[in-house]
Design a protein around this ligand. Structure first.
Ligand code: ZN
Length: 78
């Protein structure tokens, strides 16, 4: 499987840039992110839970990466 990590990073920081790509007959809406091409479908209340989970995981990973980077920078500076 191809890694999308780099492509998803801006989305994890700034949030997905969704555009409405399709409106279904049952009033659910399909949204596509212009950055990482992730597709979410809202329920009839306009919620998309799948995205929340993905974002949380990405944020967690980003935080770990950030801490690692800080550690590396400190080591190089001293
Ligand atoms: Zn995105």
């Amino acid at each position: 499987m191809k890694s999308n990590t780099n492509k998803n990073l801006p989305c994890a920081i700034f949030g997905h840039n969704y555009i409405r790509s399709k409106t279904n007959i049952d009033y659910t809406v399909e949204l596509t992110c212009t950055h990482c091409d992730v597709v979410v479908v809202t329920d009839d209340n306009g919620n998309f839970d799948t995205n929340t989970v993905t974002n949380t995981q990405l944020k967690d990973t980003l935080q770990k990466l950030y801490r690692l980077k800080q550690r590396t920078l400190k080591t190089k500076a001293s």
